[in-house]
Design a binder for this molecule. Sequence first.
Ligand code: G1P
Length: 297
Amino acid sequence: MRKIRKAVFPVGGLGTRFLPATKTVPKEMLTVVDKPVIQYVVDEAREAGIEHLIFVTGRSKAVIEDYFDAQVELYATLVERGKTAELSYLQEIQPDPGTTSFTRQQEPLGLGHAVWCARDLVGDEPFALLLPDMLMQAMQARKGCLSEMVDLYYETGGNIIAVQECFPEETHKYGIVGKGRSVAHGFEIINMVEKPREGKALSNFYINGRYILQPEIFKILQRQESGFSNEIQLTDAMLQLAGKEPFYGFHFKGKIFDCGSKIGFIKANVAFALSRNDLRDQIYSPLIDLLKEERAL
Ligand code: G1P
């Protein structure tokens, strides 16, 4: 079976829910504790064995490319000041030369179109797709969402979509899959619908923003017509591909934070701070005090 070597990150979105911050800072560069959102998602990809990172960017996102470059002057200053721990962390997370690619989605025509923009960079091999708005926190001692999907992929092949359960009243916000019989540690996907109307969902298993896809998706996306919200929808193209190739669902059991929304972003900051040994004890009591004060008002 072909190895999953490449990952696509669509980072072209405007981030209007985070204005005014996103006037000049891409939403993917907003920090959860002290790391940009995009770094968490890249870390998840690298943990899963991804070797090449493909970013589909847009205008005013150039800082993302700078972020993944070496910062020679900064490194020299850190050496001068003896900040060796900081320097070695920066060097550890810096992608090797030639392992990142950037292309631009010139018009905001939808997720399906953003993925299609990566077709030449991906080429004729299966690839991972990670939506950077969605931050995953694996359960203790478990691997990340994409790692677990890669494990499933090596058992089943085909295409894999990670899903989680949502409340029935939230199904209209997501792509929703219909669940078929169990396979390995996943299940067959028998149908999918992008943002079904309220009360019309196939299930409450929503697509959480992590995919492993076969390259045949690009040929379908090339001809894909606009769907929900007049955008080219990846879910519509996947449904077509499902007529020809198997699709499996992987039920991710960890926590997920939708950092495209203010609430998800704030929760992610608290959850990731609490998960860090260097911060947990210092932040726990002040947070409780803050919440008690709020309640007392
Ligand atoms: C996209 C996908 C949707 C998925 C969601 C997860 O929608 O189209 O299927 O459930 O991401 O965040 P968007 O959030 O871009 O509207």
